[in-house]
Design a protein around this ligand. Sequence first.
Ligand code: KG4
Ligand code: ZN
Length: 351
Amino acid sequence: MIVLGIETSCDETGIGAYCSERGLLADGLYSQVEIHARYGGVIPELASRDHVRKTLPLIREVLAEAGLALSDIDGIAYTAGPGLVGALLVGASIGRALAEGLDVPALGVHHMEGHLLAPLLEDGGLEFPFLALLVSGGHSQLVRAEGIGDYTMLGESLDDAAGEAFDKVAKMLGLPYPGGPHLARLAEQGDPERFDFPRPMTKRPGLEFSFSGLKTYVRTVIAEQRESAGELDEQTRADIARAFEEAMVDTLAIKCRRAIRRTGLESLVIAGGVSANKRLRQVLEQQLGADAVHYAAPRYCTDNGAMIAYAGCMRLLAGESEGLEIKVRPRWPLESLSTIGTAPTKSALRI
Ligand code: KG4
Ligand code: ZN
C-alpha cells in the first residue's frame, strides 16, 4: 500500500510517500521559518496562506521524486490535529479532495502519534512496548506505548513545552526564531561549570514537567549579568545557553529514568523537534545505554510528512478510514486514539 502523507499543522509544509512493502519512497519539506522569523513566532494566518501556496506543488515534487503517478496512491493521510486550526484545515481539505478524486480512503492522523512512530521509519530494532519522551514546540509528554494507538500518558508539562522553553530562552539571548537549534549550537561553545541552573520538579516524585520557573531563572541571571557587566559578551551568552541546555537535558533524563524504573520498560523513544538535540541524545545514551535509546534522523524529528504517511499507512492497513466530512482537532488527547496493534510492517529507508 502506498500512502501520501500531508503535514500542515504549524509552520512547515511536509509531504511524504510511504510504501508498506518498500518503506519511505520520498519526502519533502517547505519551511516557513523566514516568513515568521521577523515576528519572533508563528503567525497563524500567514502559516495557513503559505500552506495553501505550497502543499500542491510539494505533493507534485515528492511524487516525481518517488517516481509515482497520482494513480499509484492507495491512501491519503493528513494531520488532523493538534495544531493551528487554519493550517490543519488546508492539509485536511487538500487530502480529502485528493482522496475523493482518486477514489481512495483517507484518514486524519494525530500529529504526536506521527512523531512517536517516526523512529520506526528507519529503526528495524525497535519493538513495542516502549517508553516515549515526546518533546516538541507544543508538547512535553512521557507516554507508555504498548502498540500503535495504545498509549498511556505518564506525565506532561504543566506549562511551557520543552521546545517552547528552548525558543523563549533563545529569544532572551538574542537568537533568531525558532531558537532551539541556534541555542544548541551556541551552547557548544559554553562552559558548563560557570552557571548552575535548577532542574525543575525533580526533587519531588512524579513525572510531570514544568519549565516556566527555569525560564524565569534564566531571565533573572541575564538581568543580573547586564547590571554588573553591561551587554552580554559572546562567552557569557554561550555559558548561559550551555547551563540552560544542561538543565533541560538533565531534567528530561531524570524523568525518563524515573519512568523506566516505574514501568519496567526497557526501550526509550525520543521524538519531536527537541529529540534532534545532540546533547539530549548523548546524555540519554550514556545513562541508559546506546541500544536502549531510539530516535529518528534529525529531519524526521522535527515536523515532516514522512511520519504522517507512516502513521497513516499503519492505520489504513488496519482498515481505518474516515467519511467525507473534513474534521480537524486543534486539541486532541493522544490517549483517545483507537488501538490497532503492535506489529508495524517492514520498514526500510529508500535513501
Ligand atoms: O516537532 P517540532 O518540529 O514542531 C512541533 O510539533 O512543535 O518541534 C519544534 C521545536 C522547536 O521549539 C525547536 O526550537 C525545537 O523543536 N528544536 C530543538 C532542536 N531542534 C528543534 N530544540 C533543541 N535543540 C535542537 N537541536
Ligand atoms: Zn511536531
